[in-house]
Design a protein around this ligand. Structure first.
Ligand SMILES: Cc1cc2nc3c(=O)[nH]c(=O)nc-3n(C[C@H](O)[C@H](O)[C@H](O)COP(=O)(O)O)c2cc1C
Length: 176
């Protein structure tokens, strides 16, 4: 991504409006987005590294991973933290609220592509943790679903290949 090229607020609002049209059982609209741009990205990166230090058991610590968590938000002009609100004992089960939020993310990513942006969804353990939800000011009814990194692609840099298996390996048709 071109870290120096900002993404306009109008473009971001279009992406978020598209996300907000996702299907939702019972119209609970469980998706929550917190958008970090400009100097807020460094605050996010530092916060994630502090959380990494707090939640990672010493035996699992990985300095490379820690450095990546601190660097990634500074390399993308927009980082969006995604959470799904799940009401404990509510009418809509957790899997459906997580699925609806994933649909919202896909809407957002398709809209990003249509607007000339590149992006990816990233789910390091720290960004999926309850501690990160608390850091974001979200209560325990929120389940973290990771981070979306968005930005304009660098000039002349083709997207990384993203191959798929033959479709037939994933689909079964029944006609009678
Ligand atoms: C739920 C989910 C979690 C993901 N987590 C990661 C991740 O932590 N790190 C990563 O490099 N890619 C992750 N990906 C994959 C990328 O977001 C992206 O889809 C992949 O690099 C392929 O690129 P493409 O979708 O543009 O083809 C995740 C994808 C999904 C759907």
């Amino acid at each position: 991504m071109d870290a120096s090229r900002e993404v306009g607020r109008d473009v971001l609002l279009e992406l978020l409006e598209d996300a907000h049209r996702a299907p939702t059982h019972g119209l609970t609209q469980p998706w929550r987005f917190q958008v970090f741009t400009g100097a807020a990205r460094a605050r996010l990166a530092d916060g994630l590294q502090e959380l990494y230090d707090r939640v990672t058991p010493p035996a699992s610590r990985n300095e490379e991973k820690r450095a990546k968590i601190g660097a990634a938000p500074r390399l993308a002009p927009v980082v969006i933290a995604v959470a799904a609100r799940v009401v404990p004992g509510g009418k809509i089960p957790e899997i459906e609220e997580v699925a609806a939020t994933a649909c919202a993310v896909q809407n957002l990513m398709l809209s990003a592509h249509a607007n000339g942006l590149g992006g990816y969804w990233s789910t390091p353990a720290v960004a999926m943790s309850a501690e990160f939800a608390a850091w974001l000011g979200l209560d325990e009814t929120h389940r973290m679903m990771g981070l979306l990194y968005l930005g304009y692609p660098q000039e002349g840099k083709p997207p990384a290949p993203s191959p798929r298996d033959p479709l037939a390996a994933h689909v079964v048709f029944y006609a009678e």
